[in-house]
Ligand binder design. Sequence first.
Ligand code: GAR
Length: 204
Amino acid sequence: MSNKKIKIAVFVSGGGTNLQALIDKQKSGVINSGEISLVISNNPGAYALERARNADIKTAVVSRKESASQAEFEGRLVDLLNENGIELIVLAGFMCILSENFTVKYPKRIINVHPSLIPSFCGKGFYGLHVHEAALEYGVKVTGATVHFVNEIPDGGEIIMQKAVEVEDGDTPEVLQKRVMVNAEWIILPQAVEKVSKNLLESK
Ligand code: GAR
């Protein structure tokens, strides 16, 4: 077993509050087996990039729109991951679908946080605020967050951790989203990252 930490890349698209939780939990020692070495955004305007820069983490932008094809987009991602020796990929509010060509290259080395209790409100079209809109429309009384491995099925990989959050009377999608983030996502994502990093480190 080596003492070196697992090199982590975090993929982001927007505000990056989950990235912030990872940065904070790395500082406080909850994440100790891995280290965030690179933050990649598909969106050059993502505030998440600012959060990474503030924490002195290397950043890169790979735009899907400016790539000629999904294959070119994913090829650029793979090049960056190789150049930086990345061993674990964390999707933290990354709003691009990754094809099977990409996911097969990293078995049990890509994890994602999803803002519902999978298998509810997940899969194609369920992302960001839409997930909470759907949960409120259905009328569930409990929702939550899931951290799972990523495979070729959107939101279909093995579950690593889940945490339930109660829906309250009068919730709006925004209010519910915030409660799920604070009480579930920002807690279980760093815990799951540490768990997976530790296992990878021990199997080296
Ligand atoms: C989070 O709620 C995350 O779970 C969700 O987008 C938000 C990103 O917020 N991800 C998905 O819906 C993926 N299917 P953030 O940029 O502040 O972390």
